[in-house]
Design a binder for this molecule. Sequence first.
Ligand code: GLN
Length: 494
Amino acid sequence: MTDLARLGAGPLRDLFARGEASAVEIVRAHLDHLGRVEPRVEAFLSVMADAAQTRAVWLDRSRSSGEPAGALAGVPVAIKDVLCVRGAPTTCGSRILEGFRPPFDATCVKSLVDAGAVILGKTNMDEFAMGSSTEHSAFKRTRNPWDLERVPGGSSGGSAAAVAAREVPLAVGTDTGGSIRQPAAFTATVGLKPTYGRVSRYGLVAFASSLDQAGPIARTVRDAAMGLSAMAGHDPRDMTSSVEPVADYIGAAEGRGREIAGLRVGVPREFFGRGLDPEVAAGVRRCHDALAARGAEIVEVSLPATDFAIAAYYLVATAEASSNLARYDGVRYGFRDPHASTLKEMYGRTRQAGFGPEVKRRIMLGTYALSAGYYDAYYLKAMRARTLIRSDFARAFEKVDVLVGPTTPTPAFRLGEKLDDPLAMYLSDIYTVTANLSGVPAMSIPCGFTKAGLPIGCQILGRYFDEPTIFSVAAALESDLNVMKQAPPLAVDD
Ligand code: GLN
């Protein structure tokens, strides 16, 4: 492995800005390494080698002509295939979007490019971001770089695996119910779901519009802060995008934010109940101890509505999905069944062949929950539970500054282990969905490994738009726990 592919986004950008490495060298090092590990990891749906090289040449030229280097200048990034990249295939892991090439960039993609990033490719994902293992992709199975027999998590499993395997230092994922944080936990990467509205959703193919957020996945807290700084901000093209000023995430990640001494750290009681793997619990307890050792006050809090979280999430998310996915009818985008003789038959055959089983299951569930006679019993009730979840957080954040608990109940599971049992798959989202239902920001950081060598994720949740405090806590744990420097053997030995 060449040295350049070992480095994070920050060091790469600085080497480039100082003229010590060219963008062409950086991109070549990453593409070479990617070429060696990708056959085993299969994180990418498309690698944009030519476009990346052309862009690198352009960046080098613009630097030689004295143009100032952007905040991510020369940094290779991977984009989850649910985000539009102009002219590049955007499949959402689905056959129904095969052949679709959007004529525009998602706003968050454009922001990264404007900051000087080089897009290396689009990453694998569960179809339409529905899943927790990336096994629901219509195209390939991504493997966990730490154990190739295990899943990388999902739905942003391709982005997390690409970062863990050192194919890129920074990737973009999206999180509707945990899809950035859960794969980050499974792959020992740092993944942040920002506050709802912090990052524009324009050009992010909708799964559940009131829950979806894009965010960074990286190997260090500071690199994640660099990613968020580039992506965050108001976008007039997204009506739910916030006008709240963008804070100094990088400063917080460098330890210039909140002091940990005196910080009130909440431990949600409901996150330590039945079903939590003891090794995961022990890993998270080490985080509490490390923060206490710095003078944080550890306070037990209760989020009682967590009991309803999975049920509420799978009603709200599927209801919104059933409406969002109505647009894939063979007329406007991608795949169309060529054998139909009437328009109606064409719709039916296209959707029958184009969508996979999990997507169909969710369209049916969501349509049912919204149908006359069932709306009150299901959708409306789920919305009530959502309100209770929001009030739980509001109450907790009156007492504490952040919440620290596990990201997932277990470490990465085996490929195929939960594929035939949708409910077991859904239950792996128990600790992540509440941040989406309430809109608060939440990050997963690596906090240790099980005896079998599997990564353990610790989740840090904060108040609305208080990503800086999350970054402060994450940076403190990163330096105290010293687990992030480890790399999966596959990424080092090639
Ligand atoms: N695993 C959850 C689901 O299947 C979350 C997905 C996501 O965040 N996109 O819906």
